[in-house]
Design a protein around this ligand. Sequence first.
Ligand code: SAM
Length: 278
Amino acid sequence: MRTARSPFTDPAQVQDALYVTPDRIGRRTSALHRARVSGRHAAEVIADLAVEASGTATGVIADVGCGRGTSTAVLAARLPQARIIAIDLSSALVATAKSRLPDGSRAGAARADFHHLPFRDEACNLAVAAFCLYHSTTPQRVIAEMARCLAPGGTAILAVKSASSYRELDELIAASGLDSAAPGRPSLYEAAHTGNIEDLAVSSLGACTVTHDTHVFTFPGLAEAAEYLATSPKYVLPPGLAEDHVALAGALRQRLPDQPVTTTSVVTYLTGHLKAAR
Ligand SMILES: C[S@@+](CC[C@H](N)C(=O)[O-])C[C@H]1O[C@@H](n2cnc3c(N)ncnc32)[C@H](O)[C@@H]1O
């Protein structure tokens, strides 16, 4: 089944505005990181799950949709014997991911589409897809492609967010009058999220283990909230405000009391093990 188009599943937006340079994702991640008051760092959780998975310490690990390579770098530090190959559609992010690898690491990064991974059948012992499956209208095909690349007994780790992530920010934008339709728009995470990830994975991976971690973010004021909001393609803002967090903060301050803003997101981790060969 295909998912309706949203900014996160629109190839033109994914390949241009969102990830053509590392800047926008860097600003988005950094604004969230500074505001996080509870919830574990996702790359650390993924590395813990990878270390727990048997037989991955010296094998090949694919980090699919690696972005700036945050999880790649943590995996490379925690599993130095493994050969990690990070994959992303954005050449700029592949270069960024490479530049953030630990010195002397055996890891590498390459540009590829996660619907057609550049691995032979059964070449990998572990495949990770963190916060990227929601960019495909057919995420179950990406999971099937990961399963194709896994050796018998191999492990897949998928990380997604709840469809309702950051909805308090939609309400804030609506209350300001800058985009009153925001809360009614489909979630950016509609294609792959906490509520459907098990169904998407089961036909390729079989029985899976799922855990959830609620992340709470408190932005000290509207200026800090605007740093995140200006990176979201969900909002339809007046000209001049969409990409400019300083102008957006000014517009919000004219309309709302400047006080701390809290929002939440459930991060879900799914681990699936392919059956071992008999
Ligand atoms: C939010 S970032 C994920 C970052 C990273 N995995 C992490 O945990 O920090 C989503 C990434 O998915 C990548 N992506 C989107 N569509 C893709 C595709 N068809 N094939 C490969 N990567 C894709 C984007 O270029 C972007 O770098």
